[in-house]
Design a protein around this ligand. Structure first.
Ligand code: CA
Length: 219
């Protein structure tokens, strides 16, 4: 899962990036609102963490433009403690949730899981296609009697596929969801991760669709 972090405070930005990466997200971090709006046009991200007080373009403006362009990506607004009017405004123009600084990173991760889940039309915390299930809070995957904890990237791969059971994701689409901009991606990285997941959960958990990509069975 690829997250865009928009935050101009270097300390907070660094801390949040590290926490997200530790939790198996691919993170792209930008520090001003104008760049954020540009990047968001490409629709590469599955969630956005948006500070409001930003150089070049205010976070509320970024959000307004985003929603006006018809982009429904989940957005969590990050605000200062005294910014209650801004928070209300943010929610009114299309934020999905908000966090008040200073916040606990674990709370951020829980809120992120929740907005992504709702976006995928799934109210239950565990993703499943009826055959294999994945708990984003613990990184635990289950298939029949098998229970395994996946590595961060194996998790990211299976998560991307289970968000839309039955849909085929190409190599490029999977890479985009697993790796950030500044990460080197080996040409066989996806194959390696798929091999790892199959080894843990069984060979038919992820299906290969020749020439197109991979999918998990439809629910
Ligand atoms: Ca700021």
């Amino acid at each position: 899962m690829r997250v865009l972090l928009v935050e101009d405070d270097p300390m907070i930005g660094e801390a949040v990036s590290v926490a997200l990466k530790d939790a198996a997200y691919a993170v792209d971090w930008v520090t001003d609102g104008a760049i954020a709006s540009n990047v968001l046009r490409h629709r590469e991200h599955q969630a956005v963490l948006l500070d409001l007080g930003l150089p070049k373009r205010d976070g509320l403006e970024v959000l307004r433009h985003l929603r006006q362009s018809g982009n429904a990506v989940p957005v969590i607004v990050i605000t200062a403690r005294d910014g209650i009017d801004e928070r209300i405004k943010g929610l009114d123009i299309g934020a999905d949730d908000y966090l008040v600084k200073p916040f606990d990173v674990n709370e951020l991760l829980a809120r992120l899981r929740a907005v992504v889940r709702r976006q995928g039309g799934q109210a239950a915390p565990v993703l499943s296609n009826g055959k294999v299930s994945l708990d984003p809070a613990t990184k635990e995957a289950r298939c029949g009697n098998i229970v395994e904890v996946l590595s961060a990237r194996e998790f990211a791969l299976l998560h991307a596929l289970l968000l839309r059971p039955g849909a085929i994701l190409s190599r490029a689409e999977l890479e985009e969801r697993i790796y950030g901009w500044n990460e080197e991606v080996e040409s066989n990285a996806v194959d390696f991760l798929i091999h790892g997941v199959r080894k843990k959960l069984g060979a038919d958990v992820i299906k290969n669709v020749r020439g197109a990509g991979w999918r998990v069975d439809a629910a």
